[in-house]
Design a protein around this ligand. Structure first.
Ligand SMILES: [Zn+2]
Ligand SMILES: [Zn+2]
Length: 262
C-alpha cells in the first residue's frame, strides 16, 4: 500500500482519462493521493475530484509561479473543507528569475512575501505545509526556521538533494522522494537518501511531471509510485513491503492519522 503525497490530478493532462488513472491506482494499492494547490484557478477542480472520490485529498496553496493570484480569503475558505489536509504547495523558485538586478530583487521579495503568508496561515490553521523549493535552498531554509515551521511540519516536496535542507528534518519536515530517484543521472539523490532519517521519508509522483524510469518522457501518474518505492527499497536495503509500511506510518504521523481509516 502506498500514499502518493503529491500529484496534480486536477491538471488538464488527466481530463480525458482520469477514471482509468484512478482505476490503475486502485489496482496497484495506492490507497490515497493528495492533490496540491498551485494555481488557484484549478482549485475548484481539485475539490470536485475529492468530493467524488474517497481516496483523494487536497491542499490549498499558491505555487511561487502563480504568486500574483495569491488570495488568502479563498485559501481560508477552502482550508476548512474536510478533505483539505495541508497548505501548499508554496515556497521559493529561483529557476527562472529576470535578468535585470532590480527586477530580480523584486521577484524574490514577492515570492518570499507569499511564502511567509502561507507559512503563517498553516500555523494558524494547524495544517502541515507542502513546500516547493528550486534553486533557493538557503533562502527557503532561513525563512522556514525563522517562522517556526516546526509547529506544523510538512513536506519538502520533490526533495532536490540539497545538503543544507537536511537540517529541516529536525523541524518536523519530511522529504518527498519522487521519480528523479530512478533516473540514471540521479547520483546526488541516491547518495543523500540514506542520510535522511528513515522516519522522515515520503513518496510522491509530482504527476504529471517527473515520470520515473522506464516511463520517463510520458505522463506520470500515482501508480508509478510503485517504481519509486522499489528503487528506494533497493537503495535503503529494505524489502519493498517494509518500505511501503514505513511510508504509510510516516504519512500518518505527519497528517495526524488522517489516512488511518482507509
Ligand atoms: Zn512543486
Ligand atoms: Zn507540484
Amino acid at each position: 500500500m502506498i500514499i502518493d503525497t503529491h500529484c496534480h490530478l486536477n491538471d488538464k493532462q488527466y481530463f480525458d482519462d482520469l477514471d482509468e488513472v484512478l482505476a490503475r491506482s486502485k489496482a496497484h494499492n495506492i490507497i490515497a493521493t493528495i492533490i496540491p494547490g498551485a494555481d488557484p484557478r484549478e482549485l475548484p477542480r481539485a475539490i470536485e475530484l475529492c468530493e467524488a472520490h474517497k481516496e483523494l485529498f487536497f491542499a490549498v496553496g499558491v505555487h511561487p509561479y502563480d504568486k500574483e493570484r495569491y488570495d488568502e480569503a479563498l485559501l481560508r475558505k477552502h482550508a476548512s473543507h474536510p478533505k483539505c489536509v495541508a497548505i501548499g504547495e508554496c515556497g521559493l523558485d529561483y529557476f527562472r528569475l529576470p535578468k535585470d538586478e532590480e527586477e530580480k530583487k523584486r521577484e524574490k521579495e514577492e515570492q518570499k512575501k507569499v511564502f511567509i503568508a502561507q507559512i503563517k496561515l498553516a500555523i494558524e490553521l494547524d495544517k502541515p505545509l507542502i513546500v516547493h523549493i528550486r534553486d533557493a535552498s538557503a533562502d527557503s531554509k532561513a525563512i522556514m526556521i525563522a517562522h517556526e515551521v516546526g509547529k506544523v511540519g510538512g513536506i519538502l516536496h520533490c526533495f532536490n538533494a540539497s545538503e543544507i535542507l537536511l537540517e529541516l528534518a529536525e523541524h518536523n519536515f519530511y522529504f518527498g522522494i519522487g521519480g528523479v530517484v530512478t533516473f540514471k543521472n540521479a547520483k546526488k539523490l541516491v547518495d543523500i537518501l540514506p542520510r535522511i532519517p528513515r522516519e522522515k521519508l515520503l513518496i510522491e509522483t509530482d504527476g504529471p511531471y517527473l515520470t520515473p524510469h522506464p516511463h520517463r518522457g510520458t505522463r506520470n501518474e500515482p501508480y508509478y509510485t510503485t517504481l519509486i518505492a522499489a528503487k528506494m527499497a533497493e537503495i535503503l536495503d529494505m524489502s519493498q513491503n517494509e518500505l511501503e509500511k514505513l511510508m504509510i506510518t510516516n504519512t500518518n504521523r505527519l497528517f495526524k492519522d488522517k489516512f488511518k481509516f482507509i
